[in-house]
Design a protein around this ligand. Structure first.
Ligand code: UDP
Length: 253
């Protein structure tokens, strides 16, 4: 059997050629990296959880009309997606200060922001994904003003969806990152949500206790990352909460 062609390998995922033109197979690895890959580990089961969670969020977005790359899940670690041309930006939406924003502005982590803030980093690992103003994006041709307006609108819809879903299971959505892809229908270009949405790219805090349920657990050595992701998956009903192991046949008289 011919081996399928690997097109790209990143820190947490591999992209293979899909079964039909315009499709790709996205494989979720167990590798975790932080601080621009200076910290690395293998977290058993992370890929399986993120495959499921990204499916859950993307399917929900589709249901409310937010276009995205997800087609269907293929197996435990792989999903079929639409091939896109990735816009070289990390689109970050923040509801509460944390991470680089808290540091840059001297704000306490968890400070509520006056409104959701959308910001952009230029995707370049060698440069450490620097924060860039819209003017740079337009001047360097990474996206047009119209694209940016559409991207902000998409990002805010994703934020409302994600914040609502998370609130429903007792989790506060602090911030998250998405990536956007271009797809063409003839000459007509559309922007859609691509890459993944998972606890790798969100900050999620338990509303009651403040417990972190995202990649900060790994970044800051706060305990088991797979326990944290499993907790998110369980609350969302993505994994069964009470797996029973009743495999023995029962005698019926
Ligand atoms: N983020 C991400 N990939 C990156 C950088 C950030 O997924 O390369 C996510 C991060 O998990 C957080 C949000 O984007 O949910 C905002 O991250 P921030 O700018 O605070 O950077 P960090 O503190 O993670 O370096």
């Amino acid at each position: 059997m011919a081996r399928r062609k690997k097109l790209y390998e990143g820190k947490a995922k591999i992209l293979y050629e899909g079964p039909e033109p315009g499709t790709l197979v996205q494989y979720f690895k167990d590798d975790a990296t932080a601080f621009n890959a200076q910290k690395k580990d293998v977290i058993e089961g992370k890929g399986v959880l993120n495959n499921r969670l990204s499916e859950f969020f993307m399917t929900g977005l589709t249901a409310i009309g937010v276009p995205n790359h997800f087609i269907k899940r293929l197996n435990m670690r792989e999903q079929l997606i639409r091939q896109v041309e990735i816009v070289p930006l990390e689109v970050i939406v923040r509801n509460f200060a944390a991470g680089s924003m808290a540091k840059r502005l001297g704000l306490e982590e968890g400070t509520a922001l006056p409104r959701p803030i959308v910001e952009f980093s230029y995707k370049d690992d060698a440069l450490g994904d620097p924060l860039v103003p819209e003017e740079y994006i337009i001047a360097f041709g990474w996206a047009s003003q119209q694209d940016l307006d559409d991207i902000v609108a998409l990002a805010l819809r994703v934020n409302d969806f994600m914040a609502g879903v998370m609130h429903g299971v007792g989790i506060k959505l602090i911030d998250f990152k998405i990536e956007i892809g271009r797809v063409w229908d003839g000459d007509f270009m559309r922007l859609i949500v691509a890459d993944e949405i998972s606890p790798d790219s969100c900050r999620l805090w338990d509303i009651e206790t403040g417990r972190k349920l995202d990649k900060d657990v790994f970044r800051q050595d706060l305990g088991s990352l797979s326990d944290a992701y499993t907790e998110v998956a369980k609350r969302l009903g993505v994994l069964p909460t009470n797996v029973t192991h009743a495999t023995k046949p029962t005698l019926i008289n």
